[in-house]
Design a protein around this ligand. Sequence first.
Ligand SMILES: Nc1ncnc2c1ncn2[C@@H]1O[C@H](COP(=O)(O)OP(=O)(O)OP(=O)(O)O)[C@@H](O)[C@H]1O
Ligand SMILES: [Mg+2]
Length: 398
Amino acid sequence: MDDEIFSKYLKTESVFKDQQSLNQAWVPTSKQKIICRQNELKKLLLIHRPIIQTQGEFSTNTLVLGKGGIGKTVTIRYFGKRFREAVLKEDIKLTIEYYDCLQHRTKSSILRNISERLHYSAGHGYSDNEIMEQILKELIKRKESLLIILDEVHKLPPDDILSLLNASIGFGEQNTRFCIICISRESDWFKVDNEKISSRIQEVIKMQPYNKEESFEILQYRRNLAFRDGVLEDDVLELIADIVYEQKNMRTGIDIMRSCGLHADEQMTSTITPEMVLQSRESVSPSFRADILDNLSLHEHLTLWAIAAALKHTGNPFTKVDESFEFYKMKCEELGYKPHVQMSFRKYIRNLSSVKAIYKEYLNPTSEKKGRQIQIKLTDITPEKLCDYFEKRIPPKA
Ligand SMILES: Nc1ncnc2c1ncn2[C@@H]1O[C@H](COP(=O)(O)OP(=O)(O)OP(=O)(O)O)[C@@H](O)[C@H]1O
Ligand SMILES: [Mg+2]
């Protein structure tokens, strides 16, 4: 690489304060936290509290279900970390191991790893059952508890899941000190679940996607950890929260933040703009569906074009009815179409919102005043791209 590029980029300050904190594997440190998952953490704590209260002679199997990107992995890993710290204070021996079953695809692989972690080697030539027995005996002998987290558990064969669950609840054994937390998306879990398996699960925690406020709160927290002050302002962050809420997936939001930060650093600017958000949103998950536009009328197209033109012109993350109506009239005039009245324009906005071509939101939801102000935003395409799109498709009136 050029010396010039090297010295230029190494000397400028990054927008990131802690880029690592946006990595997929991030688990909060003891000074950080997980927000909006207090109920789940409380449930997990109540389920596993007997490990402390019974001096470890306790076993249970828990299943955590929920859609993708809603914080299952990060919440359970965080719980594991905090629980271990709490247990250590009580002078109780507990080993917690996390297994991503995308990597550990069989019971065998997990058991062998556990025996290594417990610092004794099962040696070759032992069957899985023998290793399992050794592990359980070893735990009892040492008065030590074991909690394993099996993430993406549906990647294990159902028989392997069953025999791990059996071992944990101590089928035929006394004083088992072995607990399991399984994690899976509901849609994957159904593929492996059967009556035997579900009868060995004592607790199920179903996690729901975040609502709009929670999405924003989480993004704010993650932004504060990752970026310097002033890099990503609240109004731009709200655009990301809209996308997270729309997709019911926090991972998209975290990915957008990381990608915008890199983009800002590359451009050597110190702020993340709405434009950058929409651009990286496309690269994060390109889902602008041009087909939704096919069924719209000419004036709905012109309305959407006007909204895009207003956003492009002002550079703001949202526009309002009055402002975009001005652009609509200009657009109509430019192309030789007779503009419709503002009441019709409002109807077009409602229609565009119902097909999710735009988001609209009341600025002052509590006000009873008629004609409340609404904020209008694009969903998943940049104003520039949308203007280009219409420029090519809507010709002037012949
Ligand atoms: N409550 C939260 N606080 C902070 N960050 C969160 C929270 N929930 C989710 N995240 C972040 O969102 C991203 C997705 O979360 P996570 O990987 O835990 O999802 P998941 O439910 O395990 O998804 P999958 O089913 O795809 O594995 C991660 O980057 C995670 O750090
Ligand atoms: Mg996960």
